[in-house]
Design a protein around this ligand. Sequence first.
Ligand code: UFG
Length: 334
Amino acid sequence: MSVLVLGGAGYIGSHAVYKLMDSGEDVIIVDNLETGHKEALHPEATFYQGDIRKIDFLRTVFKNESIESVIHFAANSLVGESMEKPLKYFDNNVYGTQVLLQVMAEENVKHIVFSSTAAVYGEPETVPILETEKTKPLNPYGETKLTMEKMCHWASKAHGTKYVSLRYFNVAGARESGEIGEDHRPETHLIPIILEAALGKRSHVTIFGNDYDTPDGTCIRDYVHVEDLIDAHILALQYLRDGGNSDVFNIGSNQGFSVKEMINTAREVTGKGIVAKNGERRVGDPSTLVASSEKAKKVLGWDPTKTYSKKIVEDAWKWHSAHPYGYDKEGIKE
Ligand code: UFG
């Protein structure tokens, strides 16, 4: 029996495939390679290139393989882009998941673990954020993830599909052994941008707003190491296999770091004098997002060991400094 990983060529999906293979699982990958990289595919996993919105394609994968459970990462995930192209997000994230749940029901596959986001909370009323916090997304990306959760809930009632939704905070870092890492085009995430400045690929980092109501005026986020995040998925899968009920969990570190603090950590780790300039606030950015992940620790037994800012930046730097062009060999997309 296999675990089907949708979006297994993406940043988080590829890290999941590597860890699942490490733990002895048989893995099938589906990815349309729109934002994923073929170089990020695990060489020993079975790969189908295709789009989850194409029901006949997905049915073929489920017919060809013996799939026991699904981990679903295949989604668009940029807040800014979602404001400009909301329908793209509803189509890929919501409709894509609808097709997937349909095929899972047809094929009697009962377990799904999928990525949700802190963006479902919008601007939270209490920090650290508990799973019981009101969900009020401020952007289409968060709205589509919340809709996916609701769709899974109702599909679970009708078809008995059990799900775990993991609401990620700020995922960063790279696989410790260095084969895979983060490569988004264009890059919008803070840590890779800081490291691109350290590599001289950018002249500076722009700090999006220094007048927030935080100790140093810059936004506070909760950074979680990608390898700890993947452990949460593997534990969630085990929880479902052991008969656990459908549920949602925050995955973060319970600790917040400001943009300035992260730049300073990167200066320390890389030894480079990274130039930072103050800029305008970015539309849609909440000032502070910090998770309470006590529920994941208690219920799933999640025990993050790499989630501290220095380790996250060190592992990210190991990847970026060894792969300054990401998955391209010499800066040219093959
Ligand atoms: N930032 C800068 N300069 C940059 C890039 C980012 O100052 O060049 C700041 C942002 O304003 C923010 C922080 O760094 O305060 C982190 O920004 P990221 O873009 O790295 O991450 P976000 O917090 O915007 O997004 C993350 C996930 C999303 C998720 C969101 C929930 O990447 O998928 O958290 O709010 F939806």
